[in-house]
Design a binder for this molecule. Structure first.
Ligand code: S3P
Length: 425
C-alpha cells in the first residue's frame, strides 16, 4: 500500500474497542455464570482468535457487529477441545488462556502463527509450574506450541521480573483455580484491566501498589461490558494530528485508564496540544474524547515506570520524535524486542530508510529530531503497530512510501486505512 504527503488532516474518528478489554470480556464471560453482553467488542483478528479458542472449549458465543454475547458456563464449565487451540498472532490469548487451561481437568494444546511461535512463554511456564501446572513447550524452546495438562493448582506469591500485564493476568486467572491466595508483584504497574474486570465479575481481588492478590472460591457472575475505544489505536490519529500541518482531529471514546495513558503524558511533555472532552467511566474504565491539534514538538526522555503505560505506543513515539526538535531517548524498553516483531530493530531500520537520525540501544532508541523524512519501502514484518506507525509518518514525509504487508492492521484495527483516509485532505 502506498502513501504520500497529506495537505492536512481534519475531522472526527471513532476508535474501535480496546483489544485488551475485548479479550478479557470473552475470557471472563466464558468462565462466569450467565450471559455476558459486550458492546463495542473489537472485531480484530486477535480478539477473533480468543473467540475461536473459547468456541472450541465448548462456550457458545454470538458475535454480531452491534453486540457480542458470551454464554458463560462457570469456572468449571469448559470442555476438552477436540483439536489444537490456535491463538493466531495474539500474545494476550496465548498467555491469559494458558492461565485458565492450567487449572482445568483436561489437557489441551495451544499453537499460533510464526510470530507467536518465537515469543517467550517461559515467563508464564515458570510461575504456572510453581503453582503445580504441567506444561510443556513441545519444541523445547520455551515457546508455543504448548501442551497443558490441567492439574490441581496451589497459590503462590510471585515476583515477576518484567512488568507484563499478560504475565500478571495469566497468574491471576490461574489463581481462580488454586487452593490458596495467589499474588503477583511486578517491578512497575502494568495495565490493570484484568484486575478491574475480575472484580466487576465478582472475583475476590485486591491491589496494592504493584501487587495484585486473588483469592479462590468466589463465584464469577456474567456482567455487561461496554468496551471503550483503544488508546493504542487512537495513538496513530494523535500522531497524525500532531505532525500534519494545520491538523485538528477529534478522536472519540478513547479509554484513558491511567495504566494505559502514558502516550498522553509523553505527547504533552513533547509540547502537544491535546484536550480531553466528554469524560465518562463504564465498569471502572475511564474514557474521553481527545481533541488534537498540530503542534510544535520537542524531544523528551521516556523510561522507567512510564514504559508499561505506553508499551504498544513506543513505535509511534519514535516516529513522533523525528518531527520534534532535539533528542528523544526511549530507555528501559527491552520488552520491545519480544513483541509481534523486534520493534527496536524494525523501527530503527525503517525510520533510517526514511532519513531519520535514529540509533538502537540495548533497551530502546535514541532519535535526533528535526531531520525531514522522505518516502521509502517499509517492511512491516507483518506487525500491525509498525504498519500503522509508518502510514502516519508517510503522511508528513516527502515522496512516496510503500508499506509491505500493510494488511496486517486486521490484527487490531481492520478499518484503519479507511478511517485514516477519511481525515486526510
Ligand atoms: C497486553 C499487554 C501488553 C501489550 C499487549 C496487550 C494485554 O503486553 O503489549 O499488546 O492485553 O495484557 P505485556 O503486558 O506482556 O507487555
Amino acid at each position: 500500500m502506498k502513501f504520500t504527503r497529506a495537505n492536512t488532516c481534519k475531522g472526527t474518528v471513532r476508535i474501535p474497542g480496546d483489544k485488551s478489554i475485548s479479550h478479557r470480556s470473552v475470557m471472563l464471560g466464558a468462565i462466569s455464570e450467565g450471559t455476558t453482553k459486550v458492546t463495542n467488542f473489537l472485531q480484530g483478528a486477535d480478539c477473533l482468535s480468543t473467540i475461536d479458542c473459547f468456541l472450541r472449549l465448548g462456550i457458545q458465543i454470538e458475535n454480531h457487529a452491534e453486540e457480542t454475547l458470551i454464554h458463560g458456563r462457570g469456572l468449571y464449565g469448559l470442555t476438552a477441545p477436540e483439536s489444537r487451540l490456535d491463538v493466531g498472532n495474539s500474545g494476550t490469548t496465548a498467555r491469559l488462556l494458558s492461565g485458565i487451561l492450567a487449572g482445568q481437568n483436561f489437557s489441551s494444546e495451544l499453537t499460533g502463527d510464526s510470530s507467536i511461535q518465537s515469543r517467550p512463554m517461559k515467563r508464564i511456564i515458570d510461575p504456572l509450574s510453581l503453582m503445580g501446572a504441567q506444561m510443556e513447550s513441545l519444541r523445547g524452546n520455551g515457546c508455543v506450541p504448548l501442551h497443558i495438562k490441567g492439574s490441581p493448582l496451589h497459590g503462590i506469591r510471585y515476583h515477576s521480573k518484567v512488568a507484563s500485564a499478560q504475565v500478571k493476568s495469566c497468574i491471576l486467572l490461574a489463581g481462580l483455580y488454586a487452593d490458596s491466595p495467589t499474588s503477583v508483584t511486578e517491578p512497575y504497574l502494568s495495565r490493570n484491566h484484568s484486575e478491574i474486570m475480575l472484580k466487576h465479575f465478582g472475583a475476590d481481588l485486591t491491589s496494592e501498589d504493584t501487587t495484585a492478590t486473588i483469592l479462590p472460591g468466589a463465584k464469577l457472575t456474567a456482567r455487561e461490558i461496554k468496551v471503550p475505544g483503544d488508546i493504542s489505536s487512537a495513538a496513530y490519529f494523535i500522531a497524525a494530528g500532531l505532525i500534519i500541518p494545520g491538523a485538528e482531529v477529534l478522536i472519540q471514546n478513547v479509554g484513558i485508564n491511567p495504566t494505559r495513558n502514558g502516550i498522553l503524558k509523553v505527547c504533552r511533555d513533547m509540547g502537544a496540544d491535546i484536550t480531553l472532552l466528554n469524560r465518562s467511566c463504564e465498569s471502572g474504565e475511564p474514557a474521553a474524547d481527545l481533541l488534537v491539534r498540530h503542534s510544535t514538538l520537542r524531544g523528551t526522555t521516556v523510561g522507567g515506570g512510564m514504559i508499561p503505560t505506553l508499551i504498544d505506543e513506543l513505535p509511534v513515539v519514535a516516529a513522533l520524535a523525528c518531527f520534534a526538535e532535539g533528542t528523544t531517548i526511549i530507555k528501559d524498553a527491552q520488552e520491545l524486542k519480544v513483541k509481534e516483531s523486534n520493534r527496536i530493530q524494525v523501527m530503527v531500520k525503517n525510520l533510517s530508510a526514511m532519513g531519520a537520525h535514529i540509533t538502537a540501544t540495548d533497551d530502546g532508541m535514541i532519535i535526533e529530531g528535526g531531520y525531514p523524512l522522505h518516502g521509502a519501502v517499509i517492511d512491516s514484518r507483518l506487525d500491525h503497530r509498525i504498519a500503522m506507525t509508518f502510514a502516519v509518518a508517510a503522511l508528513a514525509s516527502d515522496g512516496e512510501t510503500e508499506i509491505l504487508g500493510a494488511d496486517c492492521v486486521r490484527i487490531s484495527y481492520p478499518k484503519f486505512y479507511a478511517d485514516l483516509k477519511n481525515l486526510i485532505k
